[in-house]
Design a protein around this ligand. Structure first.
Ligand SMILES: [Zn+2]
Ligand SMILES: [Zn+2]
Length: 188
């Protein structure tokens, strides 16, 4: 692991409590003042966000959530209904609806979700040799904001979770499959 990456993860872990209190402050401010202008001033405006999207709201700090990792392009947090001991979501800051919106232009972004996801798992002491990594296939998205599921150990998954996150079915595709099948961008 590169030292600067380790430092980055460490600083996020150390600052967790700091961030969550900041997030709560945001939440309080939103409750006090629901004018959209206030929202625009306090939420990071670098990415196009959908105001009714729960993941966009987590990224902007409007919806409190504990982030395990954050950089300029992605965040990682725990799945609300973990299917195994370690179950995290690597989420793009850009509001991409689902895998159907991805093109070859997003190859590096998908690779980054996978690579950073794996490194964060390793940092947390999870077994990355028994890792399920994939995306929902539309219309089977629980949330319409692209997120990579990272689940380990797969041997610890229950019957239903095995079905929900069953690789390369018509409802769930592995990250490798998505990466190998990115379509060319349309030039309209
Ligand atoms: Zn979103
Ligand atoms: Zn999901």
């Amino acid at each position: 692991m590169r030292p600067e990456f380790m430092l980055h993860v460490l600083s996020i872990l150390v600052n967790r409590s700091l961030r969550s209190s900041r997030v709560h402050n945001y939440a309080a401010r939103y409750q006090d003042n629901c004018a959209s202008q206030t929202r625009r001033e306090t939420a990071p405006a670098r990415f196009k966000m959908a105001s009714d999207c729960i993941f966009c709201n987590i990224i902007s700090g409007k919806h409190p959530n504990e982030l395990i990792y954050e950089d300029e392009e992605l965040v990682i947090f725990k799945d609300i209904k973990p299917a195994a001991e370690h179950h995290y979501l690597a989420v793009t800051k850009r509001h991409i609806k689902n895998v159907n919106e991805l093109t070859t232009n997003d190859k590096e972004l998908v690779e980054k979700l996978m690579e950073v996801g794996k490194r964060v798992l390793q940092e947390l002491g999870a077994d990355v040799n028994d890792l399920r990594m994939g995306f929902h296939v539309p219309p089977f998205n629980s949330i319409s904001h692209l997120h990579l599921h990272l689940i380990t150990p797969t041997t610890g998954m229950g019957f239903l979770s095995r079905r929900i996150f069953q690789p390369n079915t018509w409802w769930f595709a592995t990250a490798e499959y998505i990466l190998a099948n990115l379509k060319k961008p349309s030039h309209i």
